[in-house]
Design a protein. Structure first.
Length: 282
């Protein structure tokens, strides 16, 4: 099975909510650990269309070198185009995209990689930081163990943003909320190409694996808090959640469709996430 991929339009739709939900205190700590590094080398796992770079780059130093790793070459193309639009100026040096953002120069390379087969692949780029956003709930416990073992002794910081934690709530209540949640959680555990997916257990499992590998691990909440101004995202989220619950076999089609129709007009929605920062011990 190949690793899961996601459409650029879904990634674009969720990006504003992702960016405002990230835990700024944890990222401030990350920035402090990198502040003495002259050129900060960063590998982004499951980078998609480059949202994680757009979230972090303006918080990091004046010289950065990113490697965006993803299985999907089409998303790498989308990332290149969107990063050009994001930058004040850009130029291409061979395959490397060089962005200017204020006083920052950011070199970006793109690596098409099967992280399911090689969780330690980021280490080949000698990064100071390995980061990811909305990625680790897709992987398995075995993958997390292999990743942590691959990072052990490297001195690499690990940052994982927006890992789902299962603490979701919609308002007002709907009679099918519990059944939909149960079906959706069952569907989350389906193999996404990395073994049985961890879903809301991901932060705990990843944190424990990194602790055993010699890291001090901290975590903080980063929930989406969606309101009527996020209507398009709520409608897409409701449809996807209902479809997943139905595919699990635990919710019938009529119930799923009714729930999605009501949730598309919900007053509010909170989708729980956690951010994680792992710092090499000592």
């Amino acid at each position: 099975m190949t690793p899961a991929t996601f459409s650029d339009d879904w990634l674009s739709l969720r990006e504003p909510a992702d960016h405002r939900s990230r835990n700024m205190a944890l990222e401030a700590e990350l920035v402090r650990h990198l502040e003495d590094v002259e050129e900060q080398r960063i590998v982004d796992l499951g980078a998609g269309s480059g949202s994680n770079l757009r979230a972090l780059a303006l918080r990091l130093g004046p010289r950065q070198h990113w490697v965006l790793m993803d299985y999907d070459g089409a998303l790498a193309d989308a990332a290149r185009a969107r990063l050009k639009a994001f930058a004040d100026k850009w130029r291409e040096a061979g395959d490397t995209l060089v962005l200017t953002l204020g006083a920052r120069e950011i070199r970006v390379d793109f690596a098409i990689a099967d992280l399911a087969r090689d969780p330690a692949a980021p280490r080949a780029f000698a990064p100071h930081l390995v980061t990811a956003s909305a990625f680790h709930d897709l992987v398995s416990a075995d993958w997390c163990a292999s990743f942590a073992e691959g990072m052990a002794g490297s001195g690499i910081l690990i940052h994982a943003a927006l890992i789902c934690d299962g603490q979701d709530a919609w308002a007002p209540p709907h009679p099918a909320d519990a059944a939909i949640a149960e079906g959706f959680r069952a569907h989350q555990g389906i193999d996404k190409g990395f073994g049985p997916a961890l879903g809301p257990q991901a932060t705990q499992v990843l944190g424990s694996a990194l602790t055993r590998a010699g890291y001090d691990v901290g975590q903080a909440q980063s929930p989406w808090r969606l309101v009527p101004g996020d209507r398009a995202l709520m409608a897409r989220l409701a449809a996807g959640t209902a479809a997943a619950a139905m595919e699990s076999g635990r919710v019938d089609a009529a119930t799923a469709q009714d729930w999605a129709r009501h949730r598309a007009d919900a007053d509010a929605c909170a989708i729980g996430h956690l951010d994680l920062l792992a710092v090499p011990r000592g």
